[in-house]
Write a protein that binds this ligand. Structure first.
Ligand SMILES: [Zn+2]
Length: 395
């Protein structure tokens, strides 16, 4: 398959170029080559030209986009108290999204069946053919064996250890399923959807603490076994003898996570009728300026900052994104993490570094799942398959 075809398709999928002239300018390819590739992609039904929705005077401009016929992707971002799901087209546009109130302790069978049923309902409502689902992506809040498509000894997820998540959903949808760690997806979502500079390090501060790393070329760094970024069990400077669920003492996840801050303040994480009670109550106390709550958040931020400083030395990221309920609390968390990092890290590593809170309000995992799915669909083997289906007339 010609490299030119991949370049053309890549620019349209990422939204970087929507017409022939733009594609030629961005790719450096000759206009005639771009024209040829676009014509081929349109005649096979992979790309189509539609009227832009942008309001301009006169005739609306025509833009290139991936045809709805080419397929749909499904994403499930599974978390402890609830899961978020989305369906998207191959232009990475979210078509529908929903929060499914199912607790992770219900076990993999129940959670996956509930999530799959809701996804099928969304497909139905959007009139998307279930037979054209190309890829399902699942994020799990624990260590994931990426090759096997399952969680490996996750804490607080009874029944999930080694459970064949990819196989289970693959059976229900008849498509390939990618299972990844939730923070990996969040990191990819921040880089792809927010177009933040890479290398990018995303830190999720929730029931534990985890991180994901997007490399300079936009791919995920998973390490040899998929365990890269599992930073919650690094020893915190002020960790003391606090016992962690892993059996060690003083882990940063045990002293500085959202769960740990709530516990320290005596706030229950959830109540019978409000699964997000803890997050809401802490936010209220912070807004009201309650000193013990402010102190607890700053203390946690300092511990996290120490770990982030170490990671900044190791990976020299251009962007650090803090995500999870603690990061949504005013600027207290971000500024305290910044202070700790700038105090610790050397100038070369921090000169162009941006440390920021996620602006995606908990949807970065969904955007990351969509990005990962389309990366796979528009990889060289993925495109070859699309073209083969198109020439067989099944697109
Ligand atoms: Zn631990």
């Amino acid at each position: 398959m010609p490299l030119a075809l991949r370049r053309v398709l890549g620019l349209v999928v990422s939204g970087e170029a929507t017409n022939r002239a733009e594609i030629a300018r961005r790719s450096g390819l000759a206009r005639s080559t771009v024209g040829q590739q676009v014509d081929q992609l349109m005649s096979t039904g992979i790309l189509e030209e539609v009227e832009s929705k942008r309001s301009v005077r006169g005739r609306p401009p025509r833009v290139l986009t991936v045809s709805p016929q080419a397929g749909t992707v499904l994403v499930a971002d599974i978390d402890t108290a609830a899961s978020r799901i989305a369906i998207a087209d191959l232009n990475r546009r979210v078509l529908a999204t929903e929060t499914v109130p199912v607790r992770i302790e219900a076990g993999p069978g129940a959670v996956l069946d509930t999530v799959a049923e809701r996804l099928k309902t969304l497909l139905d409502r959007q009139r998307r053919d279930p037979g054209r689902v190309r890829q399902v992506v699942v994020g799990l809040p624990g260590p994931v064996d990426f090759e096997q498509g399952c969680a490996v000894q996750p804490t607080g997820m009874p029944g999930w250890d080694g459970y064949p998540v990819a196989e289970h959903l693959g059976r229900l949808f008849g498509t390939p399923v990618i299972v990844d760690n939730d923070v990996n997806l969040m990191a990819l979502g921040e880089a792809a959807h927010e177009r933040l500079d890479t290398p990018l390090l995303c830190i999720k501060i929730s029931s534990g603490i985890g991180s994901g790393l997007v490399t300079a070329d936009g791919g995920l760094y998973r390490g040899a076994d998929g365990a890269a970024g599992d930073i919650g069990h690094i020893r915190a400077v002020g960790g003391g003898n606090t016992l962690c669920a892993c059996g060690n003492v003083g882990c940063v996840g045990a002293v500085a996570s959202h769960r740990a801050v709530l516990r320290g303040l005596g706030i229950p994480e959830s109540t019978e009728d409000d699964p997000a009670f803890g997050a809401r109550e802490l936010a209220r106390r912070i807004t009201e300026g309650e000193p013990t709550a402010l102190h607890a958040v700053r203390q946690a931020a300092t511990e996290i900052g120490e770990v982030v400083a170490m990671l900044v030395h190791m990976f020299n990221p251009r962007t650090v994104v803090l995500a999870g309920p603690l990061s949504e609390l005013r600027d207290d968390l971000v500024s305290a993490v910044r202070a700790a990092v700038y105090q610790r890290a050397l100038p070369l590593a921090t000169r162009k570094l941006t440390i920021t809170a996620s602006r995606l309000k908990g949807t970065s995992g969904l955007h990351g799942g969509i990005a990962l799915a389309t990366q796979d669909i528009f990889s060289p083997p993925g495109i070859a398959q699309l073209l083969a289906e198109a020439s067989a007339g099944s697109l």
